[in-house]
Design a protein around this ligand. Structure first.
Ligand code: ADP
Ligand code: MG
Length: 705
C-alpha cells in the first residue's frame, strides 16, 4: 500500500496550502467546530493515482492516514491542526451507485450516492469516548463503538467492577444525525417503489440538509446484521457513513440532454402541429378529454415562476383538479402523467406511500429522536405531485396544502422542530363526488369534500361525467377494445411462435395507440423548455388579456348580478399563456397563445361555475359554494318564514306549531319563486340545520338564523 501519513502530509502541503492556513486560523480562534478540509478527489488522483485508487477501495485505513497527514501538515501559523478532518468529494462517475444497485461488493468502499433527503433526525451529541467515575472517584475512559453504551470492565485504578457513573463533561462527544435518502422519483420506471438508504452523519456535516434537498453523499458503505427481535439473522442491512455532502444546486436538472437530444428537440419544435402532437402523446390509450390533455400539456411545461423587485414571489406552477364520476379514467390519467413528467411523485389523499401529503415530525423508531419526514409535496419540489382521491385527504394535510399551493412551502412547528421546507410543485389532483355520481346542477363545492378556499387555488377544474351518449360511448368502446386487441396480439406473438399475425401488422396496429412523441424524448423536450425558454408577453397578448378580463368583469352590471371572474383567474391565464409559448419553445407569448388558453379557461369555467338558471358564469359557485341566484332565493325564503312565524305566533299564541309549507309556497310564488325551487331551498335549509320541522310539513327557523 502506498498510503501513509507522510505521503498525505505532502499532498496537503502541495495542493491545499491556502486551505491549511484558513483551517489553522479556525483552530486557533477555536470559536467554531468547523474542522473539515474539503478535498477534491480529482486532486488526489492527479497527485498519485495509486493513492486515489486505494482511497476508494480501503477508505477506512486510507482516511486514517489522510487524517494523520492533515493534522501534521505545516501551515504558516504554525498551529497544530487537532481534530482536523479530511472530507473527500467529487468521486469518479464509476463510484456513483444507484441506491437500488448497492451490492455486497460495495461494502467497506468509498462510494457516492445521489438522491433526495426523505427524513432527517435532530442533531444530537453522541459519545465517542465516555468518561466513567467509580465510587472512589477514579475516572476511566472507554472508547465507544456501535449502538449500545459500552461501560468499563473494571476501574482503571482501583479495579472495582460495576457502579460506574457517566461524566458527560469529561467525555468526548460528536454531533450526530441520521438521514434517509431516497432515489429520485424521476428515475423510477412507472409504478416502482422508491428505495431508500440510511445515512449516518457526524461532526460538522450535521445540520446542513433538509428533507426535499437533492444531494450527493460520499461515504463508506457499511453492512450490519439485521435483527428479528433479539435474534441476529444472516441478512445484512446497509447504511452509508457520510464523509461529505454535496448539496445539488437548485437549478440543477438531472435529466441529461445530449447534443443529439438537442437536435431532436429543435427539429420537433419546427413542427407546426407540435401542440396537437404532444396532446396526442399524453395517455393515447385514453379516449377523448382533449381539453384536459391540453391543460396537462400546459401544466407539464409550466408558467414562469417570478420574483418581483418588491420581493413578491409568484408561482409558475399550474394546479389542475379533475372531479368526476367513478370509472372515467381519472386515476389512469394521473398514472400516465406520473410516467412522463420529469420529477413526478404519485400519491393518494390517504397518503399510503408517504408521511401524509406534506411533511411531519415523527418520533424515530430507531433511537427515539425527533425526525423530520418529507411528504409527497416536498419530495415533488420542482416537479409535479399527482394526488389521487384528494378528497380523502387527512385533515392535518388540508391546511398545509393551502400553504403549499400558494406559497409553495410547507411549514412545520412541532416538538421543538421549526422548519420551512420548499414545495415548489404543480399539483394534478383527482376527486370523486361525495354522493357517488356527479350532478351538474348542484354546485361543485357541495359535491366534493374540499373547501372553497382550496378549490379556488386550482387554476383549472374539470368535471368528467359519465353520462350515456351513444355516439361517444361507441367510440370509447371501440377505442378501449382496440387497445385490448393490440395487447392480445402482442401477448400472442410473444408466447406463441405461429406467425398468424405478422410483425408488420402488429406494428401498424400498435401505432394507433403509441404516443406520437416517444415518452423519453417528450420528457427531454419538456425539461429543455423549462430550462431554456422564458417567454415574455407581446403587446397584443397583453392587450387581449386585459380586454378579456375587463369584459368578464363588466358583465357585473349591478350589485345584484354575479361576479364572473377574479384576479386569481387572470393570474391563471397568464401562467397558462406562458406555458403555451413554452410548448413551441418560443420567447414570445403571442396573441394565439392567449386565445388558446382563454378558450380552455372559458370552457372550464362554464363547466364548474355555470349557473344554469341565469345562463351566466358565476365564480361564487366555486368560491362560496352557492350561486348568487341561489343565495338570493335562500335569503328570500328565510325572510318569508321569519315574517310568517311572527304573524302566526301572535295569531295562534300557544298552539302555534310552525309555518305550514303551503303558506311558504304561496308567498314564494308571489315573489317569483316556483314551488319546486322553494321546495329545493327548504330541503337545503333543513339539511344545513337552518330550519326544522316541529310537525310534518311545518317549518320553523333555527334560533339565531
Ligand atoms: P377513475 O379513477 O376515474 O374512477 P379509472 O382511472 O380507474 O377511473 O378508470 C377505469 C377504467 O376505465 C380504466 O381501465 C380506464 O382505462 C377505463 N376508461 C374509462 N374511461 C376511458 C376512456 N375515455 N378511454 C379509455 N379508457 C377508459
Ligand atoms: Mg380512481
Amino acid at each position: 500500500m502506498h498510503s501513509q501519513g507522510s505521503l498525505w502530509k505532502e499532498f496537503f502541503e502541495t495542493y491545499y496550502p491556502g486551505e491549511l492556513n484558513r483551517l489553522a486560523l479556525r483552530v486557533m480562534e477555536n470559536g467554531t467546530k468547523e474542522r473539515s478540509l474539503y478535498v477534491n478527489f480529482m486532486d488526489v488522483y492527479t497527485f498519485r493515482h495509486e493513492l486515489a485508487d486505494e482511497l476508494l477501495d480501503y477508505p477506512d485505513k486510507v482516511i486514517d492516514h489522510a487524517r494523520v497527514g492533515l493534522q501534521k501538515a505545516d501551515n504558516s501559523l504554525g498551529v497544530e491542526l487537532e481534530d482536523a478532518e479530511p472530507r473527500f468529494y467529487n468521486l469518479p462517475i464509476s463510484r456513483k451507485i444507484d441506491i437500488r444497485d448497492l451490492r455486497s461488493e460495495h461494502v467497506g468502499r468509498l462510494i457516492a450516492v445521489e438522491g433526495i433527503v426523505r427524513k432527517i433526525t435532530e442533531v444530537r451529541p453522541k459519545l465517542i469516548e465516555a468518561a466513567f467515575k467509580c465510587p472512589e472517584g477514579h475516572i476511566t475512559k472507554v472508547f465507544q463503538e456501535g449502538n449500545r453504551l459500552r461501560e468499563p470492565f473494571e476501574c482503571g485504578e482501583c479495579k472495582r467492577k460495576g457502579n460506574f457513573l457517566l461524566v458527560p463533561e469529561l467525555s468526548k462527544m460528536v454531533d450526530s444525525q441520521r438521514a434517509k435518502v431516497q432515489e429520485y422519483p424521476e428515475n423510477l420506471r412507472g409504478g416502482e417503489q422508491p428505495q431508500t438508504l440510511d445515512v449516518f452523519l457526524e461532526g460538522d456535516v450535521t445540520g446542513k440538509i433538509n428533507p426535499g434537498d437533492r444531494i450527493i453523499i460520499n461515504g463508506v458503505l457499511r453492512a450490519y446484521m439485521r435483527r428479528i427481535g433479539h435474534q441476529k439473522t444472516q441478512v445484512m442491512d446497509m447504511s452509508l457513513e457520510c464523509i461529505s455532502i454535496e448539496i445539488l444546486d437548485q437549478e440543477y436538472e438531472e435529466l441529461e440532454i445530449t447534443k443529439e437530444d438537442e437536435d431532436a428537440i429543435l427539429a420537433l419544435k419546427e413542427d407546426p402541429d407540435i401542440f396537437q402532437k404532444i396532446i396526442r402523446s399524453i395517455a393515447p390509450s385514453i379516449y377523448g378529454y382533449e381539453d384536459v390533455k391540453r391543460s396537462i400539456t400546459l401544466q407539464l411545461f409550466s408558467g414562469i415562476p417570478k420574483e418581483l423587485p418588491d420581493g413578491t414571489r409568484i408561482r409558475g406552477d399550474i394546479h389542475i383538479l379533475l372531479v368526476g364520476d367513478p370509472g372515467v379514467a381519472k386515476s389512469q390519467l394521473l398514472r400516465y402523467v406520473h410516467r412522463i413528467a420529469p420529477r413526478g411523485v404519485y400519491t393518494t389523499g390517504k397518503g399510503t406511500t408517504y408521511a401524509g401529503l406534506t411533511a411531519t415530525a415523527v418520533k424515530d423508531e430507531f433511537d427515539g429522536r425527533w425526525t423530520l419526514e418529507a411528504g409527497a409535496l416536498v419530495m415533488a419540489d420542482k416537479g409535479i405531485a399527482l394526488i389521487d382521491e384528494i378528497d380523502k385527504m387527512r385533515s392535518d394535510d388540508v391546511g398545509a396544502l393551502h400553504e403549499a399551493m400558494e406559497q409553495q412551502t410547507v411549514s412545520i412547528a412541532k416538538a421543538g422542530i421549526n422548519a420551512i421546507l420548499k414545495a415548489r410543485c404543480a399539483i394534478l389532483a383527482a376527486a370523486n363526488p361525495k354522493y357517488g355520481r356527479f350532478d351538474r346542477y348542484i354546485p361543485i363545492g357541495e359535491q366534493i369534500d374540499l373547501s372553497p378556499t382550496l378549490l379556488s387555488r386550482f387554476d383549472l377544474i374539470f368535471t368528467l361525467t359519465d353520462e350515456p351518449d351513444e355516439l361517444r360511448d361507441r367510440e370509447i368502446a371501440n377505442h378501449i377494445l382496440r387497445s385490448h386487441y393490440i395487447g392480445e396480439l402482442i401477448e400472442r406473438s410473444k408466447n406463441i411462435v405461429a406467425v398468424d399475425h405478422p410483425k408488420e401488422v402488429i406494428e401498424r396496429k400498435s401505432r394507433e395507440i403509441i404516443p406520437e412523441i416517444e415518452p423519453e424524448l417528450l420528457r427531454k423536450y419538456i425539461a429543455y423548455a423549462k430550462r431554456m425558454v422564458f417567454p415574455v408577453l407581446s403587446d397584443e397578448a397583453r392587450e387581449r388579456l386585459v380586454e378579456f378580463y375587463i369584459s368578464m368583469r363588466n358583465s357585473v352590471k349591478d350589485q345584484k348580478s354575479a361576479i364572473p371572474i377574479t384576479a386569481r383567474q387572470l393570474e391563471a391565464l397568464v401562467r397558462l399563456a406562458e406555458a403555451s409559448a413554452r410548448v413551441r419553445l418560443s420567447d414570445v407569448i403571442t396573441l394565439s397563445d392567449v386565445e388558446n388558453v382563454i378558450g380552455v379557461v372559458e370552457r372550464c369555467l362554464r363547466e364548474i361555475a355555470y349557473d344554469p338558471e341565469t345562463q351566466q358564469i358565476d365564480i361564487d359557485i366555486l368560491a362560496v359554494g352557492t350561486s348568487k341566484t341561489q343565495r338570493d332565493r335562500i335569503i328570500t325564503i328565510k325572510e318569508i318564514i321569519r315574517n310568517l312565524e311572527r304573524e302566526l305566533s301572535s295569531e295562534l299564541g300557544k298552539s302555534y306549531r310552525g309555518v305550514p309549507e303551503e303558506e311558504i309556497f304561496r308567498r314564494a310564488e308571489d315573489q317569483g319563486i316556483s314551488r319546486d325551487r322553494a321546495r329545493e331551498v327548504l330541503s337545503k335549509l333543513s339539511k344545513n340545520g337552518e330550519v326544522y320541522q316541529p310537525k310534518s310539513g311545518h317549518y320553523r327557523l333555527m334560533e339565531g338564523w
